[in-house]
Design a protein around this ligand. Sequence first.
Ligand SMILES: NC(=O)C1=CN([C@@H]2O[C@H](COP(=O)(O)OP(=O)(O)OC[C@H]3O[C@@H](n4cnc5c(N)ncnc54)[C@H](OP(=O)(O)O)[C@@H]3O)[C@@H](O)[C@H]2O)C=CC1
Ligand SMILES: O=C(O)C1=N[C@H](C(=O)O)C[C@H](O)C1
Length: 252
Amino acid sequence: MVIRVAVVGASGRLGSVACRVIEQQPDLELVARLTSRSSLDDMLGADVVLDVTHPGVSPTVVDHAVRAGLAVVVGTSGWSEDRVRTLRTLLAGRENAAVVIIPNFSIGSVLATHFATIAAQFYESVEIVEAHHAAKVDSPSGTAVRTAELIGHARAELGPVVAPHVDQRARGQQVASVPIHSLRLQGVVAKQDVHFGGTGEVLTLSHETLSPAAYEQGIAIAIRAAAQLAGLVIGLDRLIGLGAPASADDAE
Ligand SMILES: NC(=O)C1=CN([C@@H]2O[C@H](COP(=O)(O)OP(=O)(O)OC[C@H]3O[C@@H](n4cnc5c(N)ncnc54)[C@H](OP(=O)(O)O)[C@@H]3O)[C@@H](O)[C@H]2O)C=CC1
Ligand SMILES: O=C(O)C1=N[C@H](C(=O)O)C[C@H](O)C1
């Protein structure tokens, strides 16, 4: 079966990569390329909608696709647990709806975050430093927010990490108590270091995306999963055998 895909944000950095991936895969067909000048109804006729727009636009795209009965892959950042809570309301009662949210399509990034959730159980001093290209509009990155949230879950019974209690602006923005520091630099694609401080030692888990080609494999995996699944799945880890299986719906 060929999966018909509409890409919303097709003219963007990630959207261009996604269109190329879809055109190269024999089981995927690129049926629509939407930009800021398109009508969202241009997605109708697709099986799967890939949203790679901007954090402020993404909820409208997802809402439109779900109400039209189309499966969705969300690559756009900004889907923190607060935003996902609102999505769950939209999905309630729509048993056949499928939404796959992928904070990072890179396999290495997903592995690094997974390793961080293991390390988080052994250290109470944790900070994230992420760096991205200068054109990135949001901070902290979606990957850093997701990493911090997962560290928070991993430490649910251990308590928050040690972080400043008073407002010190240079000490980062806290998500699930984990301070995140964001750099926006020319020359960088994407990089994240998770630092763990212990007794007489420091562990640093570092991942760097050197080229957007790192997202290609994950994009194809996510589109194929969305075409088959029902419910809400968050994270490429769920689709590659890390963590709970994708059949266990994140909406529950
Ligand atoms: N999950 C992952 O692995 C990755 C996620 N990202 C995330 O993907 C998102 C996009 O990043 P990037 O490609 O760099 O961004 P760009 O700014 O390069 O592209 C944004 C795209 O969204 C389109 N767009 C803007 N507004 C609308 C609208 N109202 N309706 C439809 N389309 C619209 C733009 O169209 P136009 O050209 O007309 O303005 C453009 O095609 C970001 O949130 C980023 O963080 C990025 C890389 C990897
Ligand atoms: O804007 C980007 O470039 C990226 N955005 C995502 C994020 O916010 O984490 C994923 C990746 O880091 C690249």
